[in-house]
Design a protein around this ligand. Structure first.
Ligand code: FAD
Length: 290
C-alpha cells in the first residue's frame, strides 16, 4: 500500500534500519530485529541505501523481506552514485518484490569515492523526475529542520523542498533533531511556501556516549544545553546514559504528537531493544493515538 494513503487515514509509526556492513554474517540478526519490530505494528519500515550505491541490492533484499513479513517497506534510493541503468535495475527489482514506496535521495559523496558523484542525478528532484517517467512507484523526500549543511539559508532549502513536492514527493521525513522547535519552525515555514504534504519527524535516541560527538560532527545538529549537560554528566555511566537518551526521545515524541505531528519515524540503528524501550514507555500513546 502507498504510505501516503496510510498517512491520509492515520498517524504513522515507523522505524529505520540499514543493511549491515558484514551482510552475510549479520543479515540474520537484522531479520530477527525486523521480526521483533512487527509486534509494535509499524506502518512502515524504511531501509537505507549506501551513499556509494554498493548495497543497493541488499537494500532491495531487506525491503523484500519486510514486505514478506506483512509490513510496508520504504526503500531508500540514492541518485548521486547511480546511472540511469542502475535506477532502472533498482526499479525492476523493487517491482518484482511488490515494493511500492521509495525515499528518493541524492546521497553524500563518500570520502573514498573516486568516480564523479551526481553525474546523472544532480539532485534528489532529478531522481524523482526519472522515477516518475519510468515507474509508478510512490516516493517521499528528505528534509532538514536545521537546514541542509550545504544550503546557505533555510529559505533556499525550502525552495528545494517545495521542488521535491512539485516533482511528486508525497510526504517527507526529516533529518534527526534534538530540539523540537526546529521541527515546528520547518513545518510552519514549509506551509508558508506551499508545502502541504505530511512532514514526518525523525527521532533518534542518543544511547551511547560516543554518539554525541558523531551526531554533532556528522550532521551539525544542535543539542539543547540542558540535555547536553545531562549527557555530559552521565557519560561515564552507560546504563544511566542510555536511560536518559531513551527518556529524552520519549519526551520529544510526546511533545511532537501533542503538537500534531503526522507520524513518528524512529531511527533504531538496527537495535530492536531501542524500539522496545520506547514502545513500552509509550504503549498507550501508540495504541490510542496512532
Ligand atoms: P537534495 O535534495 O539534492 O539536496 C542536497 C542539497 O542541494 C541541499 O542543500 C539542497 O537545498 C540543495 N538543492 C536541492 N535541489 C537543488 C537545486 N535544484 N539547485 C541547487 N541546489 C539544490 N543518505 C544516504 O546515502 N542513504 C540513505 O539511505 C539516506 N537516508 C536519509 C534519510 C533521511 C530521512 C534523510 C533526512 C537523509 C538521508 N540521507 C541518506 C542523507 C542525504 O542523502 C543527505 O543529507 C544528502 O546530502 C542530501 O540528500 P537530499 O536527497 O536531501 O538531496
Amino acid at each position: 500500500m502507498k504510505i501516503s494513503k496510510i498517512l491520509k487515514k492515520k498517524r504513522t509509526l515507523s522505524f529505520e534500519v540499514f543493511p549491515p556492513k558484514k551482510y552475510d554474517e549479520e543479515i540474520v540478526k537484522l531479520y530477527e530485529t525486523i521480526n521483533a519490530l512487527k509486534q509494535y505494528n509499524p506502518d512502515f519500515i524504511s531501509v537505507t541505501c549506501g551513499a556509494n550505491g554498493s548495497n543497493r541490492k541488499n537494500n532491495t533484499e531487506i525491503a523484500g523481506y519486510i514486505k514478506e513479513k506483512g509490513i510496508e517497506p520504504l526503500a531508500h534510493l540514492t541518485g548521486g552514485p547511480s546511472t540511469e541503468e542502475d535506477i532502472l535495475n533498482a526499479i525492476k527489482s523493487l517491482k518484482e518484490k511488490n515494493i511500492e514506496n521509495v525515499l528518493a535521495l541524492r546521497g553524500d559523496k563518500p570520502v573514498d569515492y573516486e568516480a564523479e558523484y551526481c553525474k546523472t542525478f544532480k539532485h534528489a528532484t532529478d531522481l524523482m523526475d526519472y522515477i516518475n517517467k519510468n515507474s509508478d512507484l510512490s516516493f517521499a523526500g528528505a528534509c532538514y529542520p536545521e537546514g541542509h549543511s550545504e544550503c546557505d539559508s533555510l529559505k533556499e532549502d525550502l525552495i528545494h523542498m517545495k521542488e521535491k513536492q512539485d516533482a511528486g514527493a508525497e510526504f517527507f521525513i526529516t533529518q534527526i533533531f534534538y530540539d523540537n522547535e526546529y521541527y515546528y519552525r520547518l513545518v510552519s515555514e514549509a506551509r508558508k511556501v506551499g508545502i502541504t504534504k505530511p512532514i514526518i519527524p525523525g527521532v533518534m535516541p542518543l544511547i551511547f556516549p560516543s554518539s554525541i560527538k558523531r551526531t554533532k560532527e556528522m550532521c551539525g545538529l544542535t543539542i539543547p544545553l540542558e540535555y547536553r549537560n545531562m549527557l555530559e554528566y552521565y557519560k561515564d555511566n552507560p546504563k544511566v546514559f542510555k536511560e536518559i537518551g531513551i527518556n529524552y526521545a520519549v519526551y520529544q515524541i510526546m511533545d511532537l504528537i501533542a503538537k500534531g505531528a503526522p507520524g513518528i519515524h524512529i531511527y533504531i540503528m538496527n537495535n530492536s531493544k531501542t524500539a522496545e524501550e520506547i514502545y513500552k514507555r509509550l504503549e498507550h500513546v501508540f495504541k490510542e493515538l496512532f
